[in-house]
Design a binder for this molecule. Sequence first.
Ligand code: TYD
Length: 395
Amino acid sequence: MKKQFLDLGRQPIANGFLNKNDFANEYFFNLKVGFDDETKLVSLMDFVEPTKMFNDEYVYYSSLSKTMREHFLSAAETFKTKLFPQSVLEIGSNDGVFIENFSPDNTCAVEPCGNFADITNKKGYHTYPQFWNLETAEEIVERHGPQDLIFSANCMCHIQDLNEAFTAVKKTLSFDGCFVFEDPSLLQMITRGSYDQIYDEHAHIFSVLALKNLLNNVGLEIFKVEKLDVHGGSNRIYAKHMDTMKLRGIKPAASVQMSLDAEREYGLHKYETYVKFADRVEKSKNDLLSLLQSLKAENKKIVSYGATSKSTTVFNYCGIDNTLIDYIVDTTADKQNKFSPGVHIPVVAPTEFDNTVDCAFLGAWNYKKEILNKEKRFVERGGVFITHVPAVGTY
Ligand code: TYD
């Protein structure tokens, strides 16, 4: 049974950037998080209707960041040389940043946001503009046959009914095929205190402990786990049919047991661990508010860097609005000249990150390296970055 451990309050759609005339009709829900003692899965207590989040107005482009372009290119190269797939299916293909590293001839993709499905369809990648479920899986097997590589990045954790999603994968995967998926790691979130990984889209935050239970329930087995730096610390999970592993005598790599041991050692199998995490989240909120208020009292101009879903959670949970943060700079054209969800801070182009800015809250703290590299001049002229991960501070 799912037991609540954290309440992040009233929250809007995390990627729902809006115009002034939409303020009155903005949708809000209560963002509460729970731990399931049986499966060990951490999930939202109440899910948001998927079409409210994933629709033709979706604004998150994976390919906008150099880090992510390089990450997916390298992933594709690795899979080509190690797994030799004859057919590739991507679930949640976004703007094609991964699938475009393969020839369109033996690929297909599923992407429920119609505006993004259009992008890859126009480039010749057969993209189904629909949600991943048993019906979609049946359609794909009928039209394209079983798939050797099923890849999904930052998408499986968005799917509310995991039993259906994993069963659909099982039915679509070829006998010797591999299911590879990557999502933010629960252990990384808990150790870094990055509670802003929690928002409407992230229906679940995965531990390997929980994934082992859920995948085993549908006849899939994890055979490798890789730790990734992207998205604030993620796990890449490799799974195969349980029967194939038995028949071929494939044993899971040491990385599987090592991940499970590390998670148990940290207590991810116990409710009490999450209660302690919730205390740390509250302290982070108080520390961040005090820091911003004291900088504001010194007449500093504070902006935010990266209009992320993560910062939607932080700003709405902490009650940080336009009185503390003047504006948010972001490279995404679809977010610019709109207002951030819930607290309605204006979002502007990066050209506004000019020399009138004294301090910048790192909304996109997961791209710290890329951003610090880009913004050397800001730091050289005395500009200060503010972060809340792993603890509230400046640098
Ligand atoms: P990300 O951290 O992936 O967001 P989310 O929390 O929504 O998953 O998104 C990064 C956002 O930051 C994206 O809107 C692009 C923006 N960004 C910049 O504006 N400048 C940059 O240099 C980088 C790396 C990202």
